[in-house]
Each structure stands twice: as structure tokens, then as C-alpha cells.
Design a protein around this ligand. Structure first.
Ligand code: IMP
Ligand code: MG
Length: 177
């Protein structure tokens, strides 16, 4: 059990199980992209640990990049506007693999897909460590999926609760009370 900001979390998916699954996904990517030069594009902050373990288990040359999706209040607009920062590579004609920690409603991913598609890559696939199937509202395929989980709040292995818990080497779920 671990306490983060007065909430209790219990172990859910262990380190060994995660690494086994991540390695399996890496081997799939290695096979599928053997003749290509893929660009692994991680969505910060949550996917930093997944990206590290995944990429280390891929034994072909890949390019790695990180970016961030931010929401900001436009100066003269009323709605929240999403913006992608940190992406400097040209993605035109590239084979992109988006690396995400978790897909919940799918809204963030749907936005990202739309934005990347407009930059004319050759292909886009998704690698996500976790998927909350119960919450998924959008319709896209996650080719490289770690684990499907119910609609429970989880932390660890990159995922945070209010900024904390990303360092934990396994995944914990919130204790219901
Ligand atoms: P979506 O747009 O609803 O799919 O939101 C996905 C984002 O919400 C993820 O990239 C996470 O940053 C965050 N998120 C969703 N569920 C959890 C969770 O259980 N723990 C930590 N972060 C989560
Ligand atoms: Mg995230």
C-alpha cells in the first residue's frame, strides 16, 4: 500500500508483468517495422517510463521524440484550446508510433491523431500501456496495447495523481472508500 496526498493506493500490475508485456509489444514493433525507420513519438509526461522500457527492447534503429499536449485559455477566445509543443521533427512521410501511457475517454488521442494526420505522415499506429475500455468514447485502433483495465484511477510507472507517483516501478490502483 502507498499513500499519495492522503489517498491510499494498492498494488495492481506488478513490475515483472509490466516488463514482460512491454517487451512483447517491443518485439511486435521490431517485426512490423523491420524494413522501416519508425518515429516513436511519446506524449509527456505520463509515457516517459513506458517509452524508456519499450524502446530499449526494440532492436532496430528508431527515432525517438517527445511532445506535450497543453490546454490553454485563448486570449480572445472563450473555449479551451489544445496545443502541441516540443515536436520539432518533420513527420511528413514518416511511420509514426504514438507512445501513450493511458487512453481513457480517448479525446486526447483523437485530437492528436487528427493533428498528426494533417501533417501527412506515411502511417500512424498507437502504442498505449493502458486502456480504460469502459470510458472509451472515440473510435480508433490501438495496435500495441499493454493492458485493458476497468474505469479505476491508477498511478505509477509514469502515471500520476496530482503530479505524484510517476516514479513507482509498478502500477497501483486507488483504494475505494
Ligand atoms: P483521455 O483524453 O480521457 O483519454 O485522457 C487521457 C489522459 O488522462 C491520460 O493521458 C492521462 O494523463 C490522464 N488519465 C486518465 N486516466 C488516468 C488514471 O487512471 N491515472 C492517471 N492519469 C490518468
Ligand atoms: Mg498522458
Amino acid at each position: 500500500m502507498i499513500k499519495i496526498k492522503e489517498r491510499l493506493f494498492e498494488p495492481y500490475i506488478g513490475e515483472h508483468e509490466i516488463l514482460e508485456r512491454v517487451t512483447f509489444l517491443a518485439k511486435k514493433i521490431e517485426n512490423d517495422y523491420a524494413a522501416k525507420e519508425p518515429l516513436l513519438l511519446a506524449v509527456l509526461n505520463g509515457s516517459f517510463m513506458f517509452m524508456a522500457d519499450l524502446s530499449k527492447a526494440i532492436n532496430i534503429a528508431v527515432e525517438i521524440s517527445f511532445m506535450k499536449i497543453t490546454s490553454y485559455q485563448g486570449l480572445h477566445s472563450t473555449g479551451k484550446v489544445k496545443e502541441i509543443i516540443g515536436m520539432t521533427e518533420s513527420v511528413e512521410g514518416r511511420d509514426i508510433i504514438i507512445v501513450e501511457d493511458i487512453v481513457d475517454s480517448g479525446k486526447s488521442m483523437a485530437y492528436l491523431l487528427k493533428m498528426l494526420q494533417s501533417l501527412n505522415p506515411n502511417s500512424i499506429e498507437i502504442a498505449s500501456l493502458l486502456l480504460k475500455t469502459t470510458a472509451m468514447e472515440e473510435n480508433f485502433n490501438i495496435k500495441y496495447l499493454g493492458f485493458e483495465i476497468p474505469d479505476l484511477f491508477v498511478v505509477g510507472y509514469g502515471l500520476d495523481f496530482d503530479g505524484f507517483g510517476r516514479n513507482l516501478n509498478q502500477i497501483y490502483r486507488i483504494l475505494q472508500n
